[in-house]
Ligand binder design. Sequence first.
Ligand SMILES: [Fe+2]
Ligand SMILES: [Fe+2]
Length: 154
Amino acid sequence: MSLSIDIALSEDHQSIDGYFDAYLEEKRKPGGNALQSFRTYKASLLRHIKCEEDLIFPILAKASDEPASAEVSTLRDEHQIIVPLLMEVEKHIKEGKDSTSVERKLFEELHEHNAREELKVYGALDRLLSESQKQEAAEALKSMRFFPDTASLP
Ligand SMILES: [Fe+2]
Ligand SMILES: [Fe+2]
């Protein structure tokens, strides 16, 4: 059976959400390591975004007769909002400040973005990508090669 990149990307959204939940749990726990937990979440989301930007969007952008192609510039703009929000939350945690409101902003922005991808974009990808392109994207999602292990960061 051929690989579904639609499913792989949607499942990656869920797994990234799981890292966010794990972070929230760590934040509530007395003596929990919220910063490390948030960095794992951040690394997984950055890897996902990089995979979309490098391997998925360029193919989609070329398929101009495909309605999903029209979403690419909005999705790229939204990534430009999401990435600084990730950095802002991390900064708040590092400085011991209350990160709740910036976290909420990040959560809302990301969920609207993910829902648009899943509804309007990902469905077209299994038609547009070759088997080897799908394989490459799936490998990129699985590996942490774009972002080395964040646990070792200071
Ligand atoms: Fe995205
Ligand atoms: Fe995505």
